[in-house]
Ligand binder design. Structure first.
Ligand code: CAA
Length: 291
């Protein structure tokens, strides 16, 4: 049985906002930290917009929405996470940035029993653990996008993670966040991305080589294999920059060509075609607030 009531979330992009929303809806007191007041305000807006969408679609009552918002606080000061019992870091996939956040969290979070988790997709958990003075209490907790919809989290103990941290994290993810847990090894890509990323990159190569059109690649997998969305639409959802960063980490780890980001993906990221979040990726999207 998990006993976490005070959660910290660092980063309020696609993943952090989803984690914060789920946790607040399930009754946790959540403080979300971003790096600037502007990003903290944007984070609050993102979570509020998602709760409002749930209300419009009849998924949430007004009381659910209002109570969740009342449980959420936003800050640009990691120091405000001092009383947290569990912190989930969910910033972009930049190794140095994550290392620095773990160094700071280690100082900021006062409770010696607190667990520091990372939502990284591909950076070694042990590297983040040894950046802190509490190596046994650092663990991977990897969510899937959209977090309110996807039922899975991967729990990734590093070589340094204690059995107690693993057990408490599993109990927290299942009992309190309502997710189904699979345990994954501390290898870049864990279980799901080790299978998913080569497939996504193969779809980009298929498009790049002129073998098939984007719509045909996606329809092929949606209608032929009953995937909820085809691989190019899925990269647009994940974010092309995130997909590229994950592929690069996996390539760095294994040196396998199947993990190498194809030139088309790299050029699209350079051009700012990042998928849904930028309004343009393999497809174009309406980015107006009501969409
Ligand atoms: N928040 C809350 N609920 C949401 C939501 C969100 N952001 N987005 C969609 N939903 C809900 C909708 O309310 C709807 O619920 P009901 O069916 O109960 O009404 C349901 O999800 C379906 O949504 P839509 O009808 O709007 O759209 P859809 O049927 O096209 O589904 C989708 C959208 C949920 C994204 C679906 O296409 C899907 O599951 N796609 C696959 C996503 C996937 O593979 N994610 C994993 C990516 S890998 C990753 O995240 C890890 C990594 O490290 C890269």
């Amino acid at each position: 049985m998990s006993d976490i009531s005070r959660l910290g979330v660092v980063g309020c992009g696609l993943m952090g906002s989803g984690v914060a929303e789920v946790a607040a809806l399930r009754g946790l007191d959540v403080i979300v930290a971003e790096s600037t007041p502007e990003l903290a305000a944007a984070g609050r807006y993102r979570v509020t917009a998602s709760l409002d969408r749930g209300l419009r679609r009849g998924k949430l009552t007004r009381a659910d929405r209002d109570q969740a918002l009342a449980r959420l606080a936003f800050t640009h000061d990691l120091g405000e996470l001092a009383d947290r019992q569990f912190v989930i870091e969910a910033v972009a996939e930049h190794r140095e940035v994550k290392l620095e956040i773990f160094r700071q969290l280690d100082k900021a979070v006062a409770d010696p029993d607190a667990i520091l988790a990372t939502n990284t997709s591909s950076i070694p958990i042990v590297d983040l653990a040894i950046a802190t003075g509490r190596v046994s209490q650092v663990i991977g907790l990897h969510f899937f996008n959209p977090v309110p919809v996807q039922k899975l989290t991967e729990v990734i103990p590093a070589l340094t993670t204690s059995a107690d941290t693993l057990a408490r994290t599993r109990a927290f993810a299942t009992g309190q966040l309502g997710k189904t847990v699979i345990q994954a090894p501390d290898r870049s890509g864990f279980v799901v991305n080790a299978l998913l990323v080569p497939y996504l990159l193969a779809a980009v190569r298929m498009l790049e080589s002129g073998t098939a059109r984007a719509e045909d690649i996606d329809s092929g997998m949606e209608l032929g294999c009953a995937h909820p969305m085809g691989p190019l639409r899925l990269i647009d959802l994940i974010g092309l920059d995130t997909a590229q960063a994950i592929a690069e980490s996996m390539y760095e780890e294994f040196k396998e060509p199947l993990y190498a980001a194809p030139p088309l993906l790299q050029r699209m990221v350079a051009a700012g075609h990042l998928g849904r979040k930028s309004g343009r990726g393999f497809y174009t999207y309406d980015t107006s607030p009501m969409s």
